[in-house]
Design a protein around this ligand. Structure first.
Ligand SMILES: Cc1cc2nc3c(=O)[nH]c(=O)nc-3n(C[C@H](O)[C@H](O)[C@H](O)COP(=O)(O)O)c2cc1C
Length: 258
């Protein structure tokens, strides 16, 4: 009887010890891996920004070359979205997702066509220069609802701040083969040369169900079988290049950027 008790005590003790050891291992690796995770996230972001400005081929695939190319050509700048002015701020620490959850750093859009609920008051835009030091692409982060969740990405515009270079999604939960076709190189290749604004200066960029006509300078083909994601992408682009998005910044800078 007493030996049974002893065995039970030992078993519990052993289980407890295993738990402690495992918990310590998990916490240790979480702490140890955190800097690596942060570095990977940053690298992923820099890769997407280079892709959005057509510099990824030049950079290659090695992480150190991607970081070097990014550091050489890209300048991140903080802006106030309502005024479109540059403001002081640490672009490295800026986190749009965190700001959008903080009522003191964000506001509810009046016309929330992108379905984001709250929009950070500030944003970071990326000025990308050529070898002569002239800005030749500006990369704008975008976010908006797809079918399943928010979709995050970047739009690269030429220095006229109207002609599209690229629409690059980085983070979404759409269905593979349907909404996730936003990642398909063939779809991405439809974007270069399209224009954001119509003659009246309103965002006219759109995805066209059934296919955009060849002479449609504002439209590309919608994703087939994924009308809901496609509508989300149209609304996201219209929101972010509209009055509550980057339009005030674009209006102030379309004459030329330094
Ligand atoms: C499991 C499942 C996943 C789906 N995923 C998507 C999606 O990611 N994006 C989307 O627009 N539609 C998705 N749909 C389809 C939508 O429900 C809807 O039928 C579709 O958007 C209509 O597009 P269409 O008019 O081009 O056929 C999904 C449907 C099912 C059953």
């Amino acid at each position: 009887m007493s030996s049974n008790k002893e065995t039970f005590g030992k078993t519990v003790g052993f289980v407890f010890a295993v738990c402690i050891v495992c918990a310590a291992l998990v916490s240790f690796s979480a702490v140890q891996l955190k800097p690596l995770q942060t570095a990977n996230k940053l690298l992923d972001k820099q890769t997407k920004i280079l892709e959005a400005s057509n510099l990824l081929e030049k950079a290659g695939t090695k992480s150190k070359d991607i970081v070097a190319t990014y550091n050489k050509y890209v300048e991140a700048k903080m802006i106030d979205l309502d005024s479109g002015d540059y403001i002081e701020g640490d672009t490295k620490l800026f986190d749009e997702r965190r700001n959008a959850r903080d009522a003191s750093l964000s506001s509810k859009p009046e016309n929330d066509i992108a379905g984001i609920n709250r929009r950070s008051n500030n944003a970071v835009v990326y000025l990308v220069r050529d070898d002569a030091g002239k800005v030749d692409t500006v990369v704008f982060p975008i976010v908006g609802s797809g079918l399943w969740d928010l979709m995050y990405g970047y739009v690269g515009l030429e220095a006229d701040l109207n002609t599209v270079k690229s629409v690059i999604y980085s983070d979404h939960k759409e269905t593979p083969g349907l909404g996730a076709e936003v990642m398909n190189p063939k779809w991405k290749a439809l974007w270069p040369g399209k224009e954001i604004y119509d003659d009246a200066g309103e965002p006219a960029i759109e995805l066209v169900k059934g296919g955009a006509k060849a002479d449609n300078e504002h439209g590309v083909d919608a994703l087939s079988g994924a009308t809901l994601t496609s509508n989300g992408v149209t609304n996201t682009l219209q929101f972010w290049f509209g009055e509550e998005g980057y339009k005030p910044f674009i209006a102030k800078n379309s004459g030329g950027l330094n």
